[in-house]
Design a protein. Structure first.
Lengths: 341, 341
DNA sequence: TTGAAAGCGCTAACAT
DNA sequence: ATGTTAGCGCTTTCAA
């Protein structure tokens, strides 16, 4: 034992194990385990010696064995679509929130060639203790079955299935903030370029209508059929340019706003001079210095933190008051909104 | 055995194991293992019965145990920065290329709170057989040490360390294509908004100069100090608007081009009427219908496929001719370039 | 503080 | 075609 043969390439044939370190330091495996996990139970002297040997041997703990042997895995699974900025931001937030709680995160991507079901299956195979689902990945039925097996937190949107937790921002409030802001600036003809069939689009559309009604602007309600991509916003802009500009536009999300702004710019339409624009999400793009998009922020880091908190609470069997955790979004006023002429 | 106690919540207390399935089907664990891995060695009848029991019990294989017990893990690790479109595209490509070869991929994100070293450490702890590094994540020294431990493929840029493989596109060729195209259109005053300290920026800058020289345009060489973000391109645009427009601009990447185009649009400058613009990467944004950015494509899916191929070749000890695999980029001509006045 | 021993759930030789 | 038997590298009681 503790003999580490080398391949002809000069690369190690196998990774050193606890056993190797134990032998090198003249102690038992159990003691090395204690030292490596930095838990109490070893003298300072031993600790130092073991650490030195480990370092010298190039020992790196084996996650497979660690996970398998431990009573718990303390693993949090996250499914996400790469290339989706919102998902990416949530994942970053999850990493940040999980570590202080002693949980590790496992990422599983949903791609063109990898279904949500596969992504989830991978997470389960690693024995994650809970999964966070970002975006509208799975069918209701699949969600139900999943929720029966382990704690599930859906991040960013409501779901009708009662067996899973939800952490999201209140779209009704967000739309209300946007409309309030624009009305305060003196705008009345406020149109909404909606998200089409995108997740949450229906809620935001409805919320827009309600907010307009509150201000007695029922006759000014106008919804343009759109989508979640830049091009959808661009299309809406073209429509508006063709038929005459409203006072302001609220888009389904920031991406849509970007396309809309671009077409406005190319058409020589000043924003916010001729028309005000409000986006949704406060994603990175909204903060770009040359865009300075006024937008409704979902406060993604907090969203992620609460989602992790909820997952951990479920895993650790802490009492949970509400299945759904709804954050109040806030309006970030930047440079695309101003008082009308 | 094969007794699956339930928690008061109704959730399974533990996952069913091979043992449980074996007991249920009245066969040995080894046989169930054979069935679950879909390898030959079991009769059709047994196969069906085992599968049925597994299904009924809700059995899902344990990746930890599988990975630990197997002779190999067939795991490919990928470090990436979420929120970087190039990284995301590469990761998608890696998933697509790895599966047909029988390899699974493990993602490890580099975030604000998670260093490249940590991301790599995680990958190693799972005993990935090779790692793909996207972007300029690590120091030369760390790279060297890593390359000694297992096959490493750096994706998307050159690296001076000889112990690792590199799969990237030829920046010199890309720049040359861009300049050739613009010269053919009759442009001479072609400036380059560079990437500042971004990875690969120096190479592209140098390549731009060389390409200009080839066309006898040494006196027209002009490099604007920039960066990799949209705002950097926007800044370059402001400079150009202030001092008078050149015939064309080649940016370090598509993101920079986006910022540049935006400022041009707001300044009432027609593209490609008054000035042509060429981006770099052919990321998703370049294809946006309202942008239609002419750009140099690195062909990311192929890049990813070759990177996976190289990693697998190393893992399986196949002979490898060149340490560096350099793809020929190609120019994607869209709507931001046209003949000058 | 330290060590011995029993698994964790699986794969892989080797028998039968 | 099927079963038996060792591990894989670690954590975790339980003793000492």
């Amino acid at each position: 034992m503790a003999k580490v043969p080398r391949a002809s390439t000069g690369r190690l044939d196998r990774h050193p194990t606890l056993e190797d370190v134990a032998a090198g330091a003249g102690v038992s495996r159990a003691l090395v385990s204690i030292v490596m996990r930095a838990v109490p139970g070893a003298s300072e002297a031993t600790r130092h010696r073991v650490l030195a040997v480990a370092e010298e041997l190039g020992y790196h703990p084996d996650a497979r064995a660690r996970l398998l042997a431990g009573r718990r895995t303390r693993l949090l699974g996250v499914t996400l679509a790469l290339n989706n900025p919102f998902h990416a931001d949530v994942a970053e937030g999850v990493y940040a929130a999980a570590e202080p709680l002693g949980y590790q995160v496992v990422l599983s991507a949903v791609t063109h060639a990898r279904t949500p079901a596969q992504a989830i299956e991978t997470l389960l195979s690693y024995r994650c203790e809970a999964v966070l689902l970002v975006g509208p990945l799975v069918t209701r039925k699949a969600l139900g079955a999943l929720g029966e097996r382990l704690p599930v937190v859906v991040v960013g949107q409501p779901t009708p299935y009662p067996g899973v937790d939800v952490v999201r921002a209140a779209d009704a409030v967000g739309m209300r903030l946007a409309v309030d802001h624009l009305v305060e600036l003196g705008h009345r003809r406020i149109v909404h370029a909606d998200g089409g069939r995108a997740p949450g689009s229906a809620v935001r559309r409805k919320s827009y209508r309600a907010a307009m009604a509150v201000h007695g602007l029922i006759d000014d309600i106008r919804v343009l059929a759109g989508g979640e991509r830049e091009e959808d916003g661009a299309a809406s802009a073209r429509t508006l340019v063709g038929e005459g500009l409203p006072d302001a536009v609220i888009t389904y999300n920031d991406r849509s706003a970007v396309g809309l702004l671009d077409v406005f710019a190319r058409s020589g339409i000043a924003v916010p001079g001729a028309v005000s624009v409000v986006g949704y999400d406060d994603s990175q793009v909204a903060r770009l210095p040359y865009l300075r998009l006024t937008t409704v922020s979902q406060d993604i880091p907090t969203l992620a933190e609460l989602a992790v908190g909820r997952a951990v609470a479920r895993v650790e069997n802490e009492p949970v008051a509400e299945r759904e955790l709804v954050l109040a979004p806030h309006l970030v006023i930047r440079g695309t909104t101003a008082a009308g002429a």
